[in-house]
Design a protein around this ligand. Structure first.
Ligand code: MF3
Ligand code: CO
Ligand code: CO
Length: 251
């Protein structure tokens, strides 16, 4: 591994581990009756206390430090005084920026007791992200990743959102390549050792279509069906990959 790649992996590992630990902190307080603003302030404080910045804050005008996407919100939900209630599911997405490098991750959380179908959606979404990750190594094609995810999602009767994708990440928050969560095996660019990108499938219980609300950020399912998402930041090596946003407490 050359020195530049080694340095980029080391720095992303640090930013990624702060982001993952921020989600561990959030997991301790999620229960019916708390607001998404409370979640956001825990993310803000944890990330700042670890010498990092929250990359979403003021990114293209985004007003908060995290995205909190509840129930039929697909992604980019804006934290607010909205109170979580028993049975809600939500994604919390955080990005830490430290020493010039980014680590981006998100997870699903259950508020109290949730429905069987919500549990199944969350399980399918997590498994699909891991199916996309487990095949990673130099020269795998981007279409191979999308197809591994899509196949698993559709086999479980759910649909893959097409309007948002994973992305290269590093000194920039979002950069090339676009990592689509659907596609055909044997198509698309070959990934190379040293590349760092996210895999972050958004999966719907109903139709794949989304729309963005008037706030300019909040993306929701058009049919109001539940949506789930997980995200890891990964680095590619000659024979495999490293997950930079793995938590010791959550697998
Ligand atoms: N963290 C999101 C992603 O996975 C991006 C959020 S941008 C924001 O790429 F402005 F909405 F915060
Ligand atoms: Co991302
Ligand atoms: Co993210």
């Amino acid at each position: 591994m050359n020195a530049d790649i080694k340095e980029s992996f080391e720095k992303t590992r640090i930013a990624g581990s702060i982001a993952a630990s921020a989600l561990d902190e959030v997991s301790k307080i999620i229960k019916p009756g708390i607001s998404t603003d409370k979640i956001d302030s825990i993310c803000y404080e944890f990330i700042n206390d670890h010498g990092a910045y929250s990359a979403p804050l003021f990114y293209r005008g985004f007003p908060k430090s995290s995205c909190t996407s509840v129930n039929h919100v697909v992604c980019h939900g804006i934290p607010s005084d909205k109170i979580l209630k028993e049975g809600d599911i939500l994604n919390v997405d955080v990005t830490a920026y430290k020493n010039g490098w980014h680590g981006d991750t998100s997870r699903m959380f259950e508020v109290g007791k949730i429905s069987v179908k919500a549990k199944k959606l969350i399980k399918t979404t997590y498994e699909s992200m891991m199916k996309g990750i487990k095949i990673l190594k130099e020269n795998v094609q981007l279409g191979d990743i999308g197809s591994a995810i899509q196949e698993h999602v559709e086999a479980n009767g759910c649909s893959v959102v097409q309007d948002f994708c994973g992305h290269g990440i590093g000194q920039a928050f979002h950069k090339e390549p676009n990592v689509l969560h659907y596609g055909k095996k044997g198509t698309g660019d070959k990934i190379k050792a040293g590349m760092i990108f996210t895999i972050e499938p958004m999966i719907n219980l109903g139709n794949y279509e989304t729309k963005v609300l008037n706030d300019g950020w909040t993306a929701v399912t058009k049919d109001k069906s539940l949506s789930a998402q997980f995200e890891h930041t990964v680095g590619i090596t000659k024979d495999g990959y490293e997950i930079f946003t793995q938590s010791k407490k959550f697998s």
